[in-house]
Write a protein that binds this ligand. Structure first.
Ligand code: 2P0
Length: 330
């Protein structure tokens, strides 16, 4: 991908002739250790800061796409999604980027192998799987960087779900976003565990898209966020390189709390936590005081994602019955 390539030229130049009857793909969900919070460009999902995530192994989205009739037909977990639903409108807007001509629809069958209500951003694995499935359908064989840029146009965090393991999304500086893509880090960490702890399966009242925008525009604390994210990103890179779990967990937890602090100061405020969220935070801190290195991160929802090492899985499961444990590198 040449950086002097005009923004949409490579997209426009892609073949629109199907290479096979159906394209299919899987993409894993990802959890940010340094959050994406705030856009510098809403249309292109260009972030204010870089972010860093870890993928969730077999938990993600599987998608099949075919060229269909006159209108898009979207199925989610085996059920037709009404075209006027937000999810279908967002998918259709994304499909417009690659549609061979107006009036040609796609049939998209997408399944989330995610525990329902765990607050896992299904838009990340969803748009990544759709980008990969389109690449398969048309036989484009795009490289990871282009796939990440394409997925990003559907949802920012989807840029981090093209590749697995630790993934860093470079914010980039170009107005056209051609330098805003995610890349896998070379490091593996087989002992790392993520515990999905569900507090509420309810749909959140304020979308992360709306919350990050409101926060960027109205929160007096937002101006502090870019420097905090940059510092945390550097600490996380160092923690991953050195396999320093304490540094990784402490930094990820602090980053999440700072993100939530910025939105608490938005007008009107956004508070995703429920009473049980806070109870679990104290449980985590209690375990740490007793000597078990466990940390949490929280996304735009009430649920916690615990970070710990394989050797402490027993202690964590005993303290948090119902936790679903994922081994991202196992
Ligand atoms: C993240 N979140 O880094 C952050 C932390 C939520 C909290 O990325 O508007 O669904 O589609 O670009 O990707 C969720 O935001 O937002 C998200 P859009 P997206 O994981």
């Amino acid at each position: 991908l040449s950086t002097d390539e005009p923004a949409a030229a490579w997209l426009a130049g892609l073949a629109r002739e199907a290479a096979r009857p159906a394209g299919q793909a899987f993409a894993a969900a990802n959890i940010a250790l340094c959050k994406y919070w705030g856009k510098r460009d809403e249309a292109l999902n260009l972030p204010v800061t870089s972010s860093l995530s870890v993928s969730l192994g077999e938990l993600g989205t599987r998608t099949v796409v075919t060229v269909g009739e006159h209108a898009d037909a979207i199925r989610l977990n085996g059920e037709d999604v009404p075209p006027e639903a937000g999810f279908a409108r967002r998918a259709s807007r994304f499909l417009d980027l690659v549609r061979p001509a107006a009036g040609i629809g796609y049939r998209v069958d997408t399944r989330n192998a995610l525990p329902t209500g765990a607050g896992l951003a299904s838009s990340a694995s969803g748009f990544a799987a759709l980008a990969l499935a389109l690449d398969h359908l048309y036989g484009w064989e795009l490289d990871a960087r282009r796939l990440s840029i394409l997925a990003r146009l559907g949802s920012g965090s989807a840029s981090r779900s093209i590749e697995a393991g630790f993934v860093e999304w470079h914010a980039g500086t170009r107005p056209d976003g051609l330098d805003s893509f995610a890349e896998a880090l070379p490091e593996q960490w087989p002992e790392l565990r993520i515990g999905l702890l569900t507090v509420s399966a309810q749909q959140k009242a304020v979308s992360s898209r709306e919350a990050m925008q409101r926060t960027r525009l109205t929160s007096a604390l937002y101006p502090a966020w870019p420097a905090k994210a940059q510092a945390d990103l550097e600490l996380l890179r160092r923690a991953i390189r050195a396999r320093d779990f304490e540094l990784l967990g402490r930094t990820a937890e602090s980053n999440a709390l700072a993100m939530h602090a910025t939105s608490l100061a938005a007008q009107p405020p956004v508070l995703y936590w429920l009473p049980q969220t806070i109870v679990h935070m104290h449980d985590v801190w209690g375990l740490r005081e007793q000597g078990t290195p466990v940390h949490f991160t929280i996304d735009a929802g009430a649920n916690l994602k615990l970070l710990f090492l394989a050797r402490d899985a027993g202690v964590v499961a005993a303290r948090f019955p119902g936790v679903r444990v994922v081994a991202p590198f196992a």
